[in-house]
Design a protein around this ligand. Structure first.
Ligand SMILES: *[C@@H]1O[C@H](CO)[C@@H](O)[C@H](O)[C@H]1NC(C)=O
Ligand SMILES: *[C@@H]1O[C@H](CO)[C@@H](O)[C@H](O)[C@H]1NC(C)=O
Length: 345
């Protein structure tokens, strides 16, 4: 660890008034592309955690911070269909239907060096660009506000400048997405987006990036994908608790409550995860104390029995990044680049 000082789905997509229907064949079980990864001996999921609240259940005093504040559509007065207003001029806004009646607002930002080429391009061009080989980051945001929040736009810009694609979604009930957020629902949304990307990404690397609440979503997604591949391929039946979410269904109260019984499924998921993992955390994070990230790091490392697959980079208190500011670190491109570069193709 180094320390840094310094059936048939129908997908509806709307962009600037264009409306196209894209039919995706239902994924029969087992899904062919999942099997393909498995045959290659690799679950093609890598996970980056930022400001990890994943182990919240162990730390009830922190729980009060973990509230889905999806109703507060911060920032106000932003038209999510016009990402160019936020200087994301190489970004396509689209809506995916993850489940009947659930429409998800998603931004697809292409690598910055293509910004000129991207002007005036349609959905098809954006979708085709996913298969060109650049790494693709699926960004899973935290519990407040929308994909347009300034620290999220800052991160999208950073990753795009690194020559990556970024797909940033608002889970159901957040931003301009419809529905109400639940644990199961937001993981369904993420799995859907992941599979949507995989159907278009060819051999490009796909990385899940979770921030805050999004780290739990990322883990659940990675474990679900792994179980899907494993149960279908080598017929190990996962116990039902393995797929239990780390965050309780909180559709009514919108407040996460945590019970003793939630702890072991959470740890169970974490221990089952077999994806390369990078943890980024600020020492002065006032929402999630750094010792929690440290514990997560230790648990994941011993579960995966590998120093190389699980990495953690803490950021010094003096840098003042708190819970949301890590994207400002000048070393971030190197840290992320090194991790992404180390991943198997
Ligand atoms: C579009 O975005 C790129 C990358 O952020 C930036 O360099 C460029 O100046 C922008 N162009 C316009 C016309 O806003
Ligand atoms: C939320 O939990 C309740 C029971 O705890 C369950 O009946 C309901 O179906 C859940 N909702 C979702 C969307 O998972």
């Amino acid at each position: 660890m180094r320390k840094r000082t310094g059936d048939h789905d129908s997908v509806e997509q709307k962009t600037d008034g264009n409306k196209t229907k894209v039919s995706l064949s239902a994924q029969p079980r087992p899904s062919p592309h999942l099997l393909w990864w498995f045959k290659r001996g690799l679950l093609a999921v890598c996970v980056i955690y930022v400001s990890v609240p994943f182990m919240m259940p162990l730390f009830p005093d922190i729980i009060k911070h973990l509230v889905y504040s999806h109703r507060v559509r911060v920032p106000f007065f932003v038209d999510h269909s016009q990402p160019a207003d936020l200087s994301l001029n190489h970004t396509m806004n689209m809506y995916l239907t993850s489940e009947q009646g659930i429409s998800l607002g998603v931004w697809h930002t292409v690598p910055e060096r293509q910004w000129k080429e991207a002007q005036g391009k349609d959905l098809e061009w954006y979708q085709d660009s996913l298969g060109a080989g650049n790494p693709i980051i699926i960004y899973l945001h935290g519990n407040g506000g929308t994909r347009a929040a300034s620290h999220r736009v800052g991160l999208i810009n950073l990753l795009s400048a690194m020559d990556y694609h970024v797909l940033a979604l608002d889970y159901r009930g957040f931003g301009d997405s419809t529905g109400e957020p639940t644990e199961v629902g937001i993981t369904t949304d993420t799995l859907y987006l992941y599979q949507w990307v995989k159907a278009r990404s060819g051999s490009s690397l796909v990385v899940l990036w979770g921030h805050s609440l999004g780290t739990g979503v990322a883990t659940n997604t990675a474990v679900k994908l792994m179980e899907h591949a494993v149960t279908n391929r080598i017929k190990i039946t996962a116990t039902p608790t393995a797929t239990k979410m780390c965050f309780r269904n909180c559709s009514e109260s919108l407040r996460l409550t945590v019970h003793e019984s939630d702890v072991s499924p959470c740890l169970y998921s974490l221990k089952r995860m077999r994806s390369p993992l990078l943890i980024l955390h600020a020492e002065d994070d006032h929402v999630v104390p750094i010792h929690m990230a440290q514990q997560l790091y230790e648990i994941a490392q011993s579960a995966q029995n590998s120093e190389n697959r699980v990495k953690m980079v803490p950021f010094a208190r003096s840098l003042g990044y708190l819970h949301n500011g890590l994207y400002k670190d000048p070393h971030m491109p190197n840290i992320i680049g090194e991790f992404v570069h180390s991943l198997p193709p």
